[in-house]
Design a protein around this ligand. Structure first.
Ligand code: SDX
Length: 478
C-alpha cells in the first residue's frame, strides 16, 4: 500500500508499534467535545493563569487531545504521518490543508529548493560572532535578514551596479566604511541614494505571504545549518539539490551525507515538531501577525518564544540534566532530592497533555534504536529510561506528569552527532511550518489579539512634586 520508506522499514515498524501500544493503553482517541466543535463568538470558557483553557480562535490546522495523548494535523493522526509521510508533504498539508498530489508535491519541493540557497544572507550572518552567541539568537538574526527578499534593495533592478560598487570578495566581510589607509571601502554602495525601482513591492499580497512561508520553511533549515558550521568556525555548505529537506539539513549541518536511517529519523523528528495547537511560540507568532506586521517578524517572535527552557529550550536542558544525574543507579536519589527542592524536571509535564505525549511515544523507541549503534550513549539512555519510570510512577500517578516531546528528542539528535545547542534551532526549523500555517489561517479572518488584565492597583493618588517625595528605597513595588 505504501511504497515510500521501503529502505527504512524498521523505522516504520517502530512507529506502528508505538501507535498500537498507544491505542492499547488509551483506546481509540476521540476528540474532546469542548475543544473540537464549531463556535460562535463570544465563547464561554474557563481561563486559568497563563491563559490556560482560553480559546483564541477556531482552527483546522491541528488538534491535541490532552487527556488521551492524541495529536492530529489537518485530520491525520500523527502516527500515520510519521509512518507514511515526509516533512515536505506534512508542511504542504499544514499550509494548504490537504495532502499534495504528485505534481503539487513536485512544485512544492521545487519551491523549497529555490529558496534553500542563501549565500548572501549567510555571508552577512558570518559578520556576527556566531560562534559566541546563543544559537536561537543567531537563527533569529539570520531569519530576520531573510526579510531583505521583500525589500527593493533585493530586487534585481535595485542591485548596486557591479562596476561602481566594489563587491566583497568571497572571504572578506563587506565593509561600508573606508578602513584606515585604504583608498576605498571594500564594499560601497553607489554614492547617490538608490532610486526606488518602479516595480518595488509596496505590500505583501496573498501569493507573497505564501511565498514568504516557503522562503522561511526552506531557508530556516539553511540558516540553522549555517549556524552549526560557523560555531565550528567552518564555512557554511551549499545545499545539495538531490537531497530531501531532512537530508539537506543534516548534510549542511555536518558536511556528511546522512545514511537513509539518519535521514528518515530526522524527517520523523521534523514531522513530530511541526505543529502543536496554541503553544507559546505559535501564539506569539500569531499575535505579531494579527497586527498585520509581516510573516518574517511573526516567525521571529516564534523563534524568540521557543527559545525558553519551559518551551522548546527544554530539549537541550534534558541532556544536561541526564549528564548531571549520571548513571541510572543515581536516578532514585537524585529524584528524591529534586522532589524535596520542588525542581522542574525538564522534558516532563505539559499544559495540555495529561497523558503520554504521543511524540515521546515515538521518539523514545527511536532513541533506543539509534543507540544500538552508539554504545557510548547507552548509559545516558539507560538513565533516561530509569528517570522516565520514576517520574511516571510518582508524578504521573499524582499529577499526570508524563514525558513530553523534549524528553527523548535530545538523545535522538545527540545519537546523530548533533550538539545540544542545536536541538532547539532544529525544533524551530520544523515548527516554522506550523507557525506559517496558523498565521495564514488566522489572517483569513484577522482580528488583532488584545486581551485584558485585571487591574488590582490603586486609584485617585495625588501627584507629589519630586522634591517632596522623600527618600524611598527604589525597590520595584510588587
Ligand atoms: C513544549 O504547549 C505546547 O504544546 C508546548 C510543546 C509544543 O510542541 O509546542 O509541547 C513543546 O514546550 C513541551 C514542554 C517542554 N518544557 C519542559 O519540559 C519544562 C518542564 N515542564 C514544566 O515546566 C511544565 O510542565 C510546563 C511548562 C511544560 C507546563 O507547565 P504548566 O501547565 O504551567 O504546569 P504548572 O506549572 O501549572 O504545574 C502544575 C503542577 C505544579 O505542581 P503544584 O504546584 O500544583 O504542586 O505540576 C508540577 C508543578 O510543580 N509540574 C512539574 C513539572 N511540570 C509541572 N513538577 C516537576 N517537573 C515538571 N516538569
Amino acid at each position: 500500500m505504501y511504497t515510500l520508506h521501503e529502505e527504512t522499514k524498521e523505522i516504520t515498524d517502530i512507529i506502528l508499534a508505538a501507535r498500537d501500544k498507544a491505542r492499547e493503553e488509551v483506546g481509540k482517541s476521540e476528540p474532546e467535545a469542548q475543544f473540537a466543535k464549531p463556535m460562535t463568538w463570544p465563547v464561554q470558557c474557563t481561563v486559568g493563569p497563563g491563559l490556560e483553557g482560553a480559546i483564541a480562535c477556531e482552527s483546522k490546522v491541528g488538534y491535541v487531545n490532552g487527556s488521551k495523548g492524541m495529536l492530529v494535523y489537518r485530520g491525520y493522526d500523527i502516527f500515520d504521518l510519521c509512518a507514511y509521510s515526509t516533512f515536505e508533504e506534512v508542511s504542504y498539508l499544514l499550509v494548504h490543508g490537504e495532502l499534495p498530489n504528485t505534481s503539487q508535491l513536485r512544485e512544492f519541493n521545487c519551491s523549497l529548493a529555490r529558496f534553500r540557497s542563501l549565500p548572501m544572507t549567510l555571508r552577512r550572518l558570518g559578520g556576527f560572532p556566531v560562534e559566541n552567541i546563543n544559537t536561537m539568537a543567531a537563527l533569529r538574526i539570520g531569519t530576520m535578514m531573510m526579510r531583505q527578499r521583500l525589500s527593493f534593495r533585493d530586487s534585481q533592478s535595485a542591485r548596486p551596479d557591479p562596476n561602481t560598487a566594489i563587491s566583497a570578495d568571497e572571504d572578506s566581510i563587506p565593509m561600508e566604511t573606508k578602513p584606515m589607509g585604504e583608498p576605498h571601502a571594500i564594499y560601497e554602495f553607489k554614492k547617490k541614494q538608490l532610486e526606488r525601482p518602479k516595480d518595488a513591492r509596496e505590500t505583501q499580497d496573498e501569493s507573497e505571504s505564501v511565498q514568504s512561508c516557503m522562503h522561511l520553511i526552506s531557508g530556516m533549515a539553511t540558516i540553522a545549518a549555517g549556524v552549526a558550521r560557523m560555531r565550528e568556525e567552518k564555512m557554511p555548505i551549499e545545499p545539495d539539490t538531490e537531497l530531501s529537506h531532512a537530508a539537506n539539513l543534516l548534510y549542511m549541518m555536518t558536511g556528511r551525507k546522512p545514511t537513509p536511517i539518519e535521514e528518515r529519523v530526522m524527517d520523523v523528528a521534523l514531522i513530530l515538531h511541526a505543529d502543536h495547537g496554541m503553544n507559546a511560540s505559535t501564539f506569539a507568532s500569531m499575535v505579531v501577525a494579527s497586527t498585520l506586521s509581516d510573516i518574517y517578524f511573526s516567525v521571529g517572535a516564534g523563534i524568540a518564544a521557543l527559545n525558553g527552557p519551559l518551551h522548546g529550550g527544554a530539549n537541550e536542558q534534558v541532556l544536561r540534566l541526564l549528564q548531571e544525574i549520571g548513571p541510572a543507579a543515581k536516578v532514585s536519589s537524585w529524584f528524591e532530592q529534586a522532589t524535596r527542592e520542588k525542581r522542574r524536571i525538564m522534558g516532563f509535564g505539559h499544559r495540555v497533555y495529561k497523558a503520554y505525549d504521543p511524540r515521546a511515544r515515538i521518539l523514545g523507541p527511536l532513541a533506543k534504536f539509534l543507540i544500538q549503534e552508539k554504545k557510548e550513549m547507552r548509559p545516558l539512555y539507560n538513565t533516561a529510561r530509569e528517570l522516565e519510570k520514576k517520574v511516571v510512577t510518582t508524578l504521573g500517578a499524582e499529577k499526570k506528569i508524563f514525558p513530553n516531546v523534549d524528553f527523548y528528542s535530545g538523545i535522538v539528535y545527540a545519537a546523530m552527532g548533533i550538539e545540544p545547542e542545536l536541538f532547539t534551532p532544529i525544533f524551530a526549523v520544523s515548527r516554522v511550518s506550523g507557525w506559517c500555517a496558523r498565521i495564514l489561517e488566522y489572517l483569513d479572518n484577522n482580528r488583532i489579539f488584545r486581551p485584558r488584565a485585571m487591574y488590582i492597583g490603586e486609584f485617585d493618588k495625588e501627584y507629589v512634586p519630586i522634591g517632596k517625595r522623600g527618600a524611598k528605597k527604589n525597590a520595584r513595588k510588587k
